[in-house]
Design a protein around this ligand. Structure first.
Ligand SMILES: [Cu+2]
Length: 547
């Protein structure tokens, strides 16, 4: 039986009814009819046996002409795949003629493919490959059993890694006897885990290719079966290496506005849906402003009159819009920019307050559009501009909600259940795990002054923004540019839909890591590098005794 859920949303001044249509099967499209005076909801049963395209009539007196309607299909991975946003016209079939989305079948051999190396450039803080082993009994022998991904359920799994990888192994006690895991070739020994569910994590860097053993060194356990191998392979080219990157280069932003009076400025945003690279082995359907995450950095001056144009690409499936927090006016512009595929809409606003503001798509389900990558920032500079610095960077934090456990393989589907439960698989800077480590690290030199425009698209999690090994000289809390800066700040809270501006002078060369200091999120992809070149500064930082 199909199921139908619905709820009323009021977004951006538009009274809207959002309807999710789900089926037990997949790959089914539905027709939607709007009948002003019909029974509340009538849904025809699907016909999975015949494979015929069933018609579901959503005929409700709560539906009005011009309502915005969001439709999703529940796919085989349990995720709700949004297939269309559409606006109802009187007695029409607005869904006709739109491209039906085909939900991706789940990858063969089970949902999750973790245990794949999360190659994020290699660092002392982040493993390239992570494995979980649960102790247990199989065929009357003590063993390790793989949990998650490729090794899921395997007895004494072979752990496949690449040369020079930083490898993390977590053992979990599954049955209550005392165990550990040792890897003699890498001089690595875990703590003992003695109680059921107790765990210990070890990290080590492997060297050149070869086959190495791991085992439990509690007397008798290895002999009774607790042993496996680590296979170190030459580093291979990543499988998803050819996929389009949606990561915005954090150095890509317009220069400061020269001193001038108020002016009229025009910005053009295009909403683009595309399959983008998520990690080395997977892709994700991103919804973006101008093809990157975050959207372009917009820059105006207080007092400016801004003409805001939003074009929704022809091949989009969804309606998209933009709500800028720099706007004073209902919906921040979202009510005026609900653009259907191929449509261009615009509005004008006056920049009343200096500040750094988030913008985002505000089309139902708004959290879905944001989670898909639809956020960016607009800077409204004060009259006198900002103090000059050597480098400015643009970084935003977001969340990825997919049906499979990360890291996975192939095209990943969005999961509305994970979104509603606020359980992201990845936390990301600039759209993808590894985006600001392997792909686009920030670069600067000793002696440089740098400024980071940092915002949270979210949609849900507050960031505790921190740079490991640095102190922010100045923080413009909540991105207020008309308040005095805080000085000497280690970590700054940035709420979803909020921002901060931080500035610092660089004194010591090396690699610094941008993080959310809720550091569990680093295990889920959230990290960025700032690489600082230059001469050592032993008077500030050196190994060994004071000189
Ligand atoms: Cu959107």
């Amino acid at each position: 039986m199909p199921f139908v859920t619905r709820g009323s949303l009021v977004t951006a001044g538009i009274a809207a009814t959002a309807i999710a249509v789900g089926f037990a099967g997949a790959g089914i499209w539905s027709d939607v009819l709007c009948a002003p005076e019909a029974s509340p909801v009538a849904a025809a049963p699907s016909s999975p046996d015949t494979g015929a395209h069933p018609r579901v009539m959503l005929a409700a007196n709560t539906l009005q002409a011009n309502d915005l309607l969001a439709i999703g299909i529940r796919g085989p991975q349990g995720g709700l795949v949004p297939v269309a946003d559409t606006r109802l016209a009187q007695n029409q079939r607005p869904a006709q003629g739109q491209r039906p989305a085909t939900p991706t079948p789940p990858p063969a051999g089970g949902p999750a493919q973790s245990g794949q190396p999360m190659n994020m450039g290699g660092d002392h803080s982040m493993p390239d490959a992570a494995f979980t082993l649960v102790t247990g009994i199989a065929d009357g022998k003590l063993v390790y059993i793989g949990r998650g991904g490729k090794i899921d359920g395997q007895v004494n799994p072979t752990l496949e890694v690449n040369e020079n990888d930083l490898v993390q192994i977590t053992i979990i006690n599954g049955e209550g006897a005392k165990h550990d895991v040792v890897i003699p070739d890498y001089r690595t020994t875990s703590q003992y885990v003695t109680g059921k569910r107790a765990s210990s994590t070890v990290v080590f860097r492997v060297g050149s290719r070869g086959s190495y053993e791991y085992f439990c060194d509690v007397p008798g356990h290895r002999d009774s079966g607790m042993e496996g191998r680590i296979e170190v392979h030459p580093r291979a080219a990543p499988a998803a290496g050819g996929a389009t990157s949606i990561v915005r280069d954090p150095a890509e932003l317009p220069p400061p506005i020269p001193l001038r009076g108020p002016a009229t400025v025009r910005f053009d945003l295009e909403t683009v849906e595309l399959e983008g690279k998520l990690d080395d082995n997977s892709t994700y359907t991103y919804w973006t402003f101008n093809g990157k995450v975050p959207g372009p950095f917009l820059r105006a001056r207080v007092g400016d009159t801004v003409e805001m144009h939003l074009k929704n690409a022809k091949d989009s499936l969804m309606i998209h819009s933009v709500d800028l927090h720099a706007v004073i006016g209902p919906g921040g512009g979202a009510g005026l920019t609900q653009a259907e595929p191929g449509q261009e809409l615009m509005f004008t606003f006056k920049a009343m307050q200096p500040g750094l503001y988030v913008y985002h798509c505000a089309t139902p389900m708004v959290a879905n559009h944001i989670a898909a990558g639809m956020y960016g920032m607009i800077l409204i500079e004060p009259e006198a501009g900002l103090p000059k610095v050597d480098h400015e960077f643009y970084v935003m934090q977001g969340e990825i909600y997919m049906g499979n456990e990360a890291p996975a393989k192939g095209l990943q589907e969005f999961s509305v259940e994970k979104l509603l439960n606020e359980r992201p698989e990845y936390f990301v800077f600039n759209g993808a795990p590894g985006g600001l480590t392997a792909e686009h690290p920030l670069h600067a030199k000793v002696g440089d002054t740098v400024r980071i425009f940092f915002g949270v698209g979210g949609p849900n999690f507050t960031s505790s923004f921190h740079m490991i090994g640095e102190i922010f000289d100045r923080v413009y809390s909540f991105a207020s540019l008309s308040s005095p800066a805080l000085t000497g700040v280690q970590t700054i809270s940035v709420p979803p839909g909020g921002a901060t501006m931080v500035e610092m002078k660089l004194h010591v060369p090396g690699r610094y890591i941008l993080v959310d200091h809720a550091l569990t999120r680093m295990e889920r992809g959230l990290a960025g590098y700032m690489i600082v070149d230059g001469a050592p500064a032993p008077e500030i930082f050196h190994q060994g005794k004071a000189q």
